[in-house]
Design a protein around this ligand. Structure first.
Ligand code: 3PG
Length: 307
């Protein structure tokens, strides 16, 4: 039995060792495909494996067709918008994620980026502090909850909006639940941190009308997915409001326009880096290996997302 670890953006070496150990102990061979540059390499690698562990790697219909023996795909991480769930279900392939395993890493990056914007990209000019500022957490899942915990250490006033999360969970976490509507979160908070998944409902949902509600000195922090932003409308708000800043873990499709029009008011990581820590790689990678073993050996499908 074989499990392929296919990571265009590799895990830390120590995480790969841990994954291999988990699979070895279960008598499963690990096949490693890192830093591939061509889909063809992935198509070749999936041919005879029963399981695939991925990160943001794209598993589409063509890959699934080629993987004749495939039974499970585990996305070592939270978002699974990179997997064609419908095609997987049609082929009887189980798809899982590893919720919560990399969320602290993403939450820490939120503050790395928030401080960077508050200090004017460390350009030597006088900046501002996070203490006493209002932070709005848009979606209170695992990452959002870690963001809330850290924000309190900074002395921020923390608000959260998430119609899918019970108010009691927010209250227990010590944040102020915004229950009216999402507009209320944006109109209340100078800092907004996005944690919504990319779904047909959320894509392009962060638009001009919503962003224009943010108070003066607005900072939008996106460690979620670029697809949730209406990129043309984000440019429009930044054109209309010279106080508006945008910082994101991965560049928007129109990054060149930002470079030309908004120097000093944005920052983009060169590659998605939120979950790129040794700790997150170990947690998510080993969880993915354990879940693969549990499913292949005992049929355990606890974290299945394509029910
Ligand atoms: C996730 O959905 O878990 C994060 O976006 C991390 O993605 P990555 O594993 O590609 O870094």
């Amino acid at each position: 039995m074989k499990v392929l670890v296919a990571t265009e953006k590799p895990f830390a070496a120590i995480a790969v060792e841990g994954i291999k150990k988990e699979l070895d102990n279960a008598g499963i061979e690990m096949v490693l495909l890192e830093k591939y540059t061509d889909k063809k390499q992935l198509l070749d690698a999936v041919k005879d494996v029963e399981g695939i562990i991925i990160r943001s790697d794209i598993i589409d219909k063509e890959i699934l067709e080629e993987a004749k023996n495939l039974k499970i795909v585990v996305r070592a991480g939270a978002g699974y918008d990179n997997v064609d769930l419908e095609a997987a279900t049609a082929k009887g392939v189980c798809v899982m994620n590893t919720p919560g395993q990399n969320s602290n890493a993403v939450a820490e990056l939120v503050f790395g980026m928030a401080v960077m914007m508050a200090r004017n990209l460390y350009n030597g000019t006088s900046g501002t502090e996070l203490k006493g500022k209002k932070l709005g957490i848009h979606a209170f899942g695992q990452v959002g909850r870690n963001v809330a915990r850290i924000a309190k250490g900074f002395g921020m006033d923390v608000y959260a909006y998430d119609p899918y999360c019970p108010v009691s969970v927010m209250e227990e976490a010590g944040v102020i639940p915004v229950t009216e509507n999402v507009d209320k979160l944006y109109s209340s908070c100078q800092y907004i941190s996005l944690h919504i998944p990319a779904t047909s409902e959320t894509k392009k949902s962060i638009n001009y009308d919503l962003l224009k509600k943010m108070p003066k000195g607005a900072v939008l922090i996106n460690t979620a997915r670029k697809e949730v932003i209406d990129e043309d409308e984000l440019v429009k708000i930044m054109e209309d409001r010279s106080d508006f800043k945008y910082v994101a873990d991965i560049a928007p499709s129109n990054a060149a326009e930002f470079a030309e029009k908004f120097p000093g008011r944005y920052f983009f990581t060169p590659k998605k880096m939120g979950a790129q820590t040794a700790e997150a790689n170990i947690n998510a990678g080993i969880a993915a290996a354990k879940q693969s073993v549990g499913f292949l050996k005992e049929g355990i499908d606890k974290f299945r997302v394509n029910k």
